[in-house]
Write a protein that binds this ligand. Structure first.
Ligand code: ATP
Ligand code: MG
Length: 204
């Protein structure tokens, strides 16, 4: 008798959204450990086009620069990939729209939204959260300073333990301005991108 074909298992895809201005080791360690802990097949680092909550707060680097840095950060890293889905869509970036679009593009996948605990604490201020709850499970990773923040009632979520790294894009931008060391806080190729493109030297 012929063997039956393997029953198709649904792919588990992690969505890790951010401004990534710039991407750093905190993002990469969180993404890889979330992938492992939640048994995700792959994780997409989704570069926000216009993170509407940050508009007017400070000048963002152009989306193309942020995408190039995320591409450099995940180059050769198994299971992580950069996504330009929000940049292609243009305009303000709403996570619920991105998840809905990914459901259309990946009909065989279950989606898992990876959020640092500071982002979890901000969830009540997000738009379209009723849709969001239906579109993805949340994977929470704690981050120093906001440990223990959990989604409100109504969200399906799990918590994945990750090394607590006190690294932020805000601190890295200040380091570039002040000429302080960047080494080991972000991948070498990303440092080369930052310096080569002259990012964060003044203001921002
Ligand atoms: P900024 O300081 O400009 O806000 P950031 O370092 O917070 O930058 P974001 O692009 O805002 O980075 O974050 C994208 C996602 O990555 C969020 O879910 C955030 O919680 C998570 N994240 C960022 N840094 C870390 C870290 N060190 N550990 C765990 N998660 C992190
Ligand atoms: Mg942030």
């Amino acid at each position: 008798r012929r063997k039956l074909p393997a029953v198709g298992r649904r792919e588990r895809v992690g969505i890790f959204g951010g401004t990534f201005d710039p991407p750093h080791v905190g993002h990469l360690v969180a993404a890889l450990n979330a992938r492992h802990g939640a048994r995700l097949d792959r994780v997409l680092l989704v570069v926000a086009n216009e993170p509407w909550q940050k508009l007017g707060v400070r000048d963002l680097s152009p989306a193309a620069d942020r995408l190039a840095m995320v591409d450099a950060a995940v180059d050769g890293v198994e299971g992580l990939a950069a996504s330009d889905i929000e940049i292609r869509r243009g305009g303000r970036s709403y996570t619920a729209d991105t998840l809905a679009q990914l459901h259309d593009e990946l009909p065989g996948a279950d989606l898992f939204l990876i959020l640092g605990s500071d982002a979890v604490a901000g969830l009540p201020t997000w738009e379209h959260t009723e849709r969001l709850k239906e579109l993805a499970d949340i994977v929470v990773v704690d981050r120093p300073g906001t440990e223990g923040a959990r989604p409100p009632e109504g969200y399906r979520y799990e918590v994945v333990e990750v090394p607590q790294l006190e690294i932020s894009s805000t601190d890295i931008r200040a380091r570039v301005r002040d000429g302080r060391p960047l080494d080991y806080l972000l991948p070498r190729d990303v440092i080369a991108c930052v310096l080569g493109r002259g990012l964060y030297r003044d203001g921002a």
